[in-house]
Design a protein around this ligand. Structure first.
Ligand code: SF4
Length: 75
């Protein structure tokens, strides 16, 4: 998680704040710096974070509640 406030902000500008459609990933002020806050209850299970995060091994998204996840009928 420290990678977000150090290396990722410098190299990529914390893109998780932009590619997540549900604002799950949020960099918030913490003392003199920033820290990652994860608002997991907002997640809409699109899996974009697992695909788009720049370091490829920092986010491993898994389906919630035993693999059920949402049932999108209109997609
Ligand atoms: S799967 Fe990832 S990108 Fe999609 S809404 Fe959930 S946290 Fe955001």
């Amino acid at each position: 998680m420290n990678l977000c406030a150090t290396r990722c902000v410098a190299e990529f500008g914390n893109p998780c704040q932009n590619f997540c459609p549900a604002n799950v990933y949020e960099m918030v002020a913490d003392g003199g710096g920033k820290r990652l806050q994860i608002n997991s209850s907002n997640c809409v299970h699109c899996k974009a974070c697992d695909i788009k995060e720049p370091y490829t091994d920092q986010i491993t998204w898994v389906t919630p509640e035993g693999g059920s996840g949402p049932n999108y009928q209109s997609l």
